[in-house]
Ligand binder design. Sequence first.
Ligand SMILES: CC(C)(COP(=O)(O)OP(=O)(O)OC[C@H]1O[C@@H](n2cnc3c(N)ncnc32)[C@H](O)[C@@H]1OP(=O)(O)O)[C@@H](O)C(=O)NCCC(=O)NCCS
Length: 517
Amino acid sequence: MGKKVDIDTAIDLIRDGDGIAVSGFHLATVARELYLALAERYRATGHPAGLTLMQCAGNLGIQDMTVEGLFSRYITGHYAGNKEMIELVNENKIKSYNFPQGVIAHMYRAAAAGKIGEITRIGLNTFCDPRQQGGKMNEVTTEDLVELVEIHNQEYLLYKVPKLDIALIRGTTSDELGNITIEEESAPVDALDVAMAVKSMGGKVIVQVKNYVSSKSMDRSKVLIPGSIVDAVVVSETPFENHMQTPAFFYNPVISGHLRLNNVGFGVIPLNERKIIARRTAMELSPHSVVNLGIGIPEGVAAVAAEEGIGDQLVLTIESGLIGGIPVGGESFGSAYNAWAALQMTSQFDYYNGGNLNITSLGFAEIDPMGNVNVSRFGAKIAGAGGFIDISQSTKKIVFSGTMTAGGLKVQVRDGKLSILQEGKKKKFLPSIDQITFSADFSKHIGQTVLFVTERCVFQVTGQGLMLTEIAPGIDVEKDILPCMDFRPAISPDLKQMDPRIFQDQLMGLGQIIGIK
Ligand SMILES: CC(C)(COP(=O)(O)OP(=O)(O)OC[C@H]1O[C@@H](n2cnc3c(N)ncnc32)[C@H](O)[C@@H]1OP(=O)(O)O)[C@@H](O)C(=O)NCCC(=O)NCCS
């Protein structure tokens, strides 16, 4: 008797009101065919309905099963630009919680070991703290899933795991016993932890695979999920649509680490605002830095380092679990070429939480006078925190890298001087912000070094809040900086010019600047 079932039989296992946990990062380990079948069943019969959906990283498949009524509650690390879901949340048609990505991964691990939830300092003093919103994203979300607890006179947050009945996960190959390997995935992400959490709560684990083989043919060293915790295996019938490795690749052996490519790198960024910011941020690196680069402008830091010939001095890490190599951006976000290792997401966040990153560069959307930052929800836009809170509360040195204004900013660099041709429509430096995703208070408490790098100036966070410390050549504080801020920052008595090498077309000699060559 094998574990293989048809997709209808698998979906039959899901009942009204169940808690569903899904694995995934972008498309890695995303069981898209199962998601589509679940949504189709609901549309056809109205059941199963009122489910709780729990998910860790940005998952591109969720939009395939975003149907009003199918889910009544959505717990996530990131909303992955899923417009329909964001609308349901904004219109109070679904309850929703946004928790840090690493915390959710660790909640699964806690549940897998029969614990009530994850106890951690991650999220303290942010919107996940129950003294703020407790991670609740709208008015219909009222139940507190996060509690403030004190252990040995230290504050912690307890994130309680909801009841989970069904795991929907993906592997590459299953044998008849349900042993699962993931040889064609970019990383294991959270598949094992999701499965173990659900199993320990008495639920059922359903796995989508590409191949189904004899139990006598499995190589034990490749098995990620043992058959003893798998209840049903569904072999994908539409792998080219619904079992893609990334949106760009059906299967690329370099991305799954079986082969390596020579001469992979980054494109050279033209000398624009993004490159200026990336260059100034890169000046904060030190030799042999282990780094995490956030979404958006920070991704350019690795490109600048590579262009300057010191790319091999950085060890890049990605929240999906990858260490080393060259992150692949765009459609294959979350994967890497030539990575050294692919850790489980729980271990990657242990590594981050343990303070092992030398530096991180993260994006920003809104900043207040004290240096609190919002990236998770601004206006009607819900992005979600992703790994931002886990990383920004665990790393000693943080550079927030972004443009001074958003939406249409145009700049020009000529003769080593910066001028603003068109200001962005949205101000980012505001008297108060919608959500605190980075807490200046918490940061002060743990003694972090925090910089804000924009194309035209640099701020440092001091005990009194933001202080302007550097301005770009060609920029005037009164004309180009203060009018773009809805509060007045302190101005350093020792205000400096940003390094002129940043504003030159030629290489800036980054290696020498940071002490490598
Ligand atoms: C905050 C974030 C959106 C900034 O991205 P970026 O590319 O560096 O910066 P940009 O200023 O170009 O902003 C990107 C978009 O957000 C919009 N935006 C940024 N700040 C905004 C603000 N204060 N108000 C309204 N819109 C804003 C921009 O207009 C732009 O929108 P567009 O693409 O429609 O033009 C990005 O870093 C992010 O999504 N972070 C959240 C999750 C995260 O950091 N995860 C990584 C953890 S390791």
